[in-house]
Design a protein. Structure first.
Lengths: 436, 256
């Protein structure tokens, strides 16, 4: 078989364009076929790591591989650590080979481009007070794919630093941490760009997902549960999109800070319960969209501090202690078409200044009427109750919760707002819940 | 002898028809609340205020009036060779039995039917305790004051105090001392009012979302655990035993 070891890019491009022109004719197929047959053998370097054969350690496999080679690692337990990958290779585990670092440090250490890592079970990295130790450490790299690995009892799971265009997909990352200080993050991104993080499950880490200076990234369908601190935590990370992630039972819920142009769609914040636990805490978030999310059974479903120009629409707030705590420092945020159902308190705020709009939501506490039958209540609704103001200032007032006297006070305050902010009002409250 | 008097008192109360009306009222309220509200825990919450307001009110007013109205009967009994203690306890048990029965039929059984779990049981237990407590407070009032008008007025005022004014007082304390950690104080304060105590116990069972933040955690830890519940039960017992015991003391010394 003949080998084309080198085809200049120009020729390749020309050939592809040529084949495009011939689209539909039988030539195009034949040209692509020729290209495939012609090129593929040159990438065919395959190295097999097997306990019973010549190459017995993953380290040897990596050392012998050249750019473009594929290293298959057969099932077995490999006691190795600090495997440094500085070339473009594909590493695939067959039958879940276990790489056990025996608490000696990092397992994979990638500083390269076009690396593919798949099908490994990585465990016991140990931890250090001085540096960040992780199962997969990616530094200064480009186009790295980490696919379908199981990571157990690692300090950090997968850490991406100063890298671009990395894909982290379908990994199961699990740790058994008890406190914040000693543990690391599940997926840790620092100064990265264009990451794609899909379908990972993370539990028992400090923060399930942690991003700092990460931009233009997609975080999709991840499940982050029972972490010691936050389900997801990011700072200074702009232009990121979060879709369909599940954040459940994290010690402190979710907190995101100092970022702008965040898109959060259809995420699920469930059962984040405790003192200072938030479904999601937004601090200094600007110019963002939050839509289609479910907030169910959180102590505080959504807390906003210093946020500006966020569109919050079509979200569900169900069975939370506080559905929304919005500080007076927030401005130009718009809440529309949200469902507020069975929350103990719908909204609490800390001042009388309100620079946000709350028009056109459904509130189950709304007691108005709709005479013209346009499905919008004829009188406006003040979602902040006097008692929620009292309890926000003075938590011990919980003793009076649902007391008859408190109900009386609330009713009289509704008629004549004195303490509650008069401008925090829904002018067009919906009579029926939105179908979300 | 006691049994005979209780039997007589019970017969008298049932013939009175007031308790029957009370039973039907409770029954209608509970059925309508359980059937109308689609959100079941919301239904319980609406029932909560009814239990916490109507049960104490009815118990305290009805019992006070009953004692005053049967003053001639009591005088007759006192002239007989019967211990005053026995007479008074019989009156108490007669009242408590009839009102408890009314509560069980009116709210307890529907609640258990719709919520055959801890929630339903808690509604039953809390309502019964409230009945016993307020009947015994009524006896204390009726025993200590000879004047019927004054007695009924005191009964109404004490209901107002427990149902509303006490909470205003608590709110006042909360605002005056808001710079201090008040969680412990709140727990103590809630023991000083049977209605508040009942409400907190019920809410712990019903409205998980109500238990918010640090105070919520403190409350949950204290009231939700075995020892806390035991202390609650003991303090509710104290709430009906102490007024009853005092009223017996007063009645024994009273010049009739």
């Amino acid at each position: 078989m003949f080998k084309i070891t080198f085809i200049p890019n120009i020729i390749l491009n020309y050939l592809f364009k040529f084949s495009d022109k011939l689209k539909g004719s039988r030539y195009s197929l034949s040209i692509s076929l020729i290209l495939c047959i012609g090129i593929s053998p040159s990438y065919a370097g395959v190295i097999i790591v097997d306990k019973s054969q010549a190459i017995q350690t993953v380290q040897q496999g990596i050392s012998q591989a050249k750019n473009g080679d594929t290293v298959y690692v057969q099932a077995g337990v490999y006691h190795e650590s600090k495997l440094i990958i500085e070339k473009s290779i594909t590493l695939i585990g067959k039958g879940w080979p276990v790489i056990d670092a025996q608490n000696k440090g990092e397992i994979f250490f990638i500083r390269s481009r076009n690396v593919w890592l798949q099908g490994f079970k990585l465990q016991h990295t140990g931890r250090s007070d001085l540096k960040e130790i992780g199962a997969v450490m990616i530094y200064d790299s480009y186009a790295i794919t980490v696919l379908n690995n199981q990571i157990e009892d690692a300090n950090f799971g997968i850490s991406v630093q100063n890298s671009k265009c990395c894909t982290i997909k379908d990994n199961h990352i699990k740790a058994f941490n008890k406190d914040e200080v000693l543990s690391g993050n599940g997926i840790h991104g620092w100064k990265a760009d264009s990451l794609i993080i899909i379908g990972n499950t993370i539990s028992g880490h400090r923060d399930g997902l942690y991003f700092e200076f990460v931009k233009n990234s997609l975080i999709w369908r991840n499940v982050s549960t029972q972490n010691v601190r936050y389900g997801i935590h990011f700072m200074f990370s702009n232009n990121n999109t979060y879709i369909g992630n599940i954040f459940e039972k994290n010690e402190a819920g979710v907190a995101v800070m100092f970022s702008s142009k965040i898109q959060m769609y259809n995420n699920y914040f469930y059962d984040n319960w405790g003192d200072a636990t938030y479904g999601i805490l937004l601090k200094e978030i600007t110019d963002s969209h939050i839509s289609g999310n479910s907030f169910v059974q959180n102590t505080i479903a959504l807390q906003m501090e210093g946020c500006s120009r966020i569109m919050i629409f079509k979200n569900k707030f169900i069975n939370n202690g506080f559905a929304l705590k919005i500080q007076a420092s927030c401005d130009d945020n718009a809440f529309t078409s949200n469902n507020f159902i069975a929350n103990t308190f719908d909204i609490a705020t800390n001042g009388t200044l309100v620079l946000n709009t709350f028009d056109g939501n459904y509130w189950d506490k709304y007691e108005g009427y709709d005479l013209d039958r346009n499905k919008i209540g004829d009188i406006s609704f003040h979602p902040v109750s006097l008692y929620s103001m009292i309890i926000a200032h003075n938590p011990a007032a919980l003793m009076l919760f649902r007391s008859f006297m408190v109900t009386l006070l609330d009713k009289s305050e509704k008629l004549m707002p004195i303490i509650t902010p008069e401008s925090l009002v829904d002018h067009f409250p919906h009579m029926k819940p939105f179908d979300l | 002898m006691m049994r005979k008097i209780i039997k007589y008192v019970l017969g008298d109360i049932i013939r009175n028809k007031m308790v029957l009306v009370y039973t039907i009222l409770l029954f209608v309220i509970s059925l309508s609340v359980f059937n109308i509200e689609t959100n079941t825990s919301k239904g319980i919450l609406s029932l909560l205020n009814i239990i916490l307001l109507i049960v104490p009110l009815t118990c305290i007013i009805f019992s006070t009036i009953y004692i005053y109205n049967s003053s001639e009967f009591i005088e007759l009994l006192v002239s007989q060779p019967i211990k005053r203690k026995t007479i008074w306890y019989s009156l108490y048990f007669g009242l408590v039995l009839s009102l408890s029965l009314a509560y069980i039929i009116g709210i307890g059984l529907p609640a258990l039917y719709y919520f055959p779990n801890a929630k339903g049981l808690m509604i039953l237990v809390v309502g019964l305790f409230l009945t016993w407590v307020f009947v015994s407070i009524a006896l204390l009032i009726a025993g200590s004051s000879r004047d019927k008008t004054k007695g009924i007025a005191i009964a109404i005022v004490s209901w107002l105090f427990f149902a509303i004014f006490y909470d205003i007082l608590v709110l006042f304390i909360l605002f005056q001392f808001q710079d201090y950690p008040l969680e412990g104080a709140m727990i103590v304060l809630s023991f000083l009012n049977p209605i508040d105590l009942s409400r907190i116990q019920l809410l712990l069972q019903i409205d998980a979302a109500a238990i918010i933040g640090y105070t919520g955690a403190v409350f949950k830890i204290f009231f939700g655990r075995g020892l806390g519940i035991l202390i609650c039960v003991l303090s509710m017992c104290a709430w009906f035993l102490i007024p009853l015991w005092l009223s017996v003391k007063i009645f024994q010394k009273r010049d009739i």
